[in-house]
Write a protein that binds this ligand. Structure first.
Ligand SMILES: [Zn+2]
Length: 59
């Protein structure tokens, strides 16, 4: 099982997508993406919550 996050759920229109073996790994990659692509760093709590809510498990 792995986890996936599509950035468009938080930043509409963004085609960024990250995946990882754990939610924590996906969160870390999402934070990196947000920083590099959107200049968002550090992520505020509301954004982290949105990201967490958008992470889906894939088999
Ligand atoms: Zn993005």
């Amino acid at each position: 099982m792995s986890f996936e996050f599509e950035c468009t759920n938080v930043v509409p229109g963004c085609e960024g997508k990250v995946s990882g073996e754990t939610v924590e790994e996906v969160l870390g990659k999402a934070a990196e993406h947000a920083k590099e692509t959107h200049g968002l760093a550090p992520l505020d709590e509301a954004t982290v919550d949105k990201v967490k809510a958008s992470i889906v498990a894939v088999s």
